[in-house]
Design a protein around this ligand. Structure first.
Ligand SMILES: [Cu+2]
Length: 465
């Protein structure tokens, strides 16, 4: 419903319908509490539109790649966490707070997602100028029943949001346990953003209540030719097709400090000034898990396990050798494309450290920064070529690369995309000879020959093989 229509219903129509009979009011779609001379504006909207996306805020467990134990001076062994469920079908290592996708579930079913948070949070997108609703239900923390933390959704960087929907809890509302709230957005600014819970945000963000969100431009669906290729999907309203792309991949950067996660699971208080990242994550996973396949990642049509067991509302997990570990980390960071295709990488960083993402051997063109098209007011092109995107906490970048010609041999050419701060692409806890395989913010771009004719993506991060 448009803002204008809402205004009419809440003011003018309220007066108009104030004296109707019950039958006439029902026919007009107005609730019975409006009948008579007493106006009750809280019921002015007959029915709230269904949310586009439904989230729950809760806790859960995720898995880092095998490696040596992490010993904390304060607590002893903090990773893998001794409280982590070690059922062979549910092998996890670290505790998180986070969001889970409840889009297709009813009010009762969504409580089954308690203790099933995913990291990173569900990736979603809205269209420029079109109202978008995100509903959040706080279902509580299974591992910490002593805590009564509220949660919110704060769309970081969203311009001109009214405080009611901002999610910053001291200036606005937060969602206590057992309660539901719907955030309404209408974005006029295409680009890549991030979102997070803003309650005790150093803790809740680091614990995992964060993910990537983007806005598609109004130009989408038109055809523009750039560099001899026609495009119908764009990062921005460029007017000339220069931000057109064939495939798009979100690269959400976050971190995991094992001691803090252990402390939250074991009813201890993390000392945040001791912060350091044991694991640096891309889309909630550390290398080589970043290369593992996707689980169910279509936010608007989640695929669930089904049946009648405890896992029946779980998202369908990834396949592959690490599948049983990664059920709550559904996002792959593997980039697949054909030679000559244009690929959009949407980077956002909500770790607490700077990152320098290097795509070795392929140059990227930075076309957007912090959801702002790289073009001056006078039309001057401020986009630039680079092989490294450096981004601090809370920053986002849109970078497009044109896939080089396939060289072979083999089914595809491999290029490495990694954080060139080496301590963060090869995690500190993985000592040489330890048998550990953990890396960090590192993944691969696989360029196939045009003759491979990879299928089109169905949604962002859809890896096609
Ligand atoms: Cu929270």
């Amino acid at each position: 419903m448009s803002d204008q229509r809402r205004l009419l219903l809440s003011r003018r129509d309220l007066l108009k319908y104030g004296g109707l009979t019950a039958a006439a009011a029902a026919a007009a779609g107005i609730g019975p509490r409006l009948v008579g001379t007493i106006l009750q504006p809280g019921r002015a909207l007959a029915v709230d539109p269904l949310p586009d996306l439904r989230l729950v805020g809760t806790d859960g467990w995720i898995s880092m790649p095998p490696g040596p134990d992490i010993i904390s001076a304060a607590y002893g062994k903090v990773h893998p966490d001794s409280y982590a469920p070690n059922d062979p079908n549910y092998r996890r290592t670290d505790y998180i707070f986070g969001f889970a996708n409840a889009t297709d579930l009813d009010d009762t079913q969504l409580f089954q997602l308690k203790n099933k948070a995913q990291h990173s949070a569900p990736l979603f997108w809205a269209e420029e100028g079109v109202e978008f609703r995100v509903q959040l239900t706080n279902v509580g923390l299974a591992q910490r029943p002593d805590l009564f933390d509220a949660h919110t959704v704060h769309w970081h960087g969203f311009k001109n949001v009214i405080p009611f929907f901002d999610g910053e809890p001291t200036g606005s509302v937060s969602i206590p346990q057992g309660q539901t709230f719907t955030y309404v957005y209408k974005s006029h600014d295409p680009g890549t953003y991030m979102f997070h819970c803003h309650v005790e945000d150093v803790e809740h963000v680091h614990m995992g209540m964060t993910g990537l969100v983007f806005v598609r431009p109004a130009q989408d669906g038109t055809t523009r030719t750039f560099g001899g290729r026609p495009f119908t999907k764009f990062a921005y309203n460029d007017g000339d097709g220069s931000t057109g792309f064939d495939r798009e991949y979100a690269m959400f950067l976050s971190e995991l400090w094992a001691e803090a996660h252990w402390a939250d699971a074991h009813i201890q208080l993390p000392e945040w000034s001791d912060y350091h990242a044991d694991f640096s994550l891309l889309n909630g996973r550390a290398y080589p898990d970043t290369l593992e396949p996707n689980g169910s990642i279509d936010p608007f049509h989640p695929a669930r396990v089904g049946g009648s067991g405890d896992d029946r509302y779980d998202l369908v997990g990834p396949t592959g050798p690490r599948a049983e570990f990664l059920g709550n980390q559904p996002y792959s960071s593997l980039v697949t494309c054909e030679e000559d295709e244009s690929v959009l990488l949407r980077f956002a960083n909500l770790g607490f450290k700077e990152a320098s993402m290097n795509l070795a051997g392929i140059k990227m063109r930075v076309v957007g920064r912090d959801a702002t098209f790289m073009r001056g007011r006078d039309g001057f092109d401020t986009s630039y070529d680079t092989n490294t995107v450096a981004l601090g906490a809370g920053e986002s970048f849109d970078a497009i690369f044109k896939a080089p010609a396939y060289q072979g041999p083999g089914p595809y050419d491999t290029y490495v995309l990694y954080n060139r701060t080496y301590t963060r692409s090869d995690n500190l806890n993985v000592a040489p000879g330890s048998g550990g395989t953990g890396g960090g913010q590192r993944t691969e771009v696989r360029v196939y020959p045009a003759s491979a004719t990879l299928e089109a993506q169905r949604y962002p991060n859809d890896t096609r093989l």
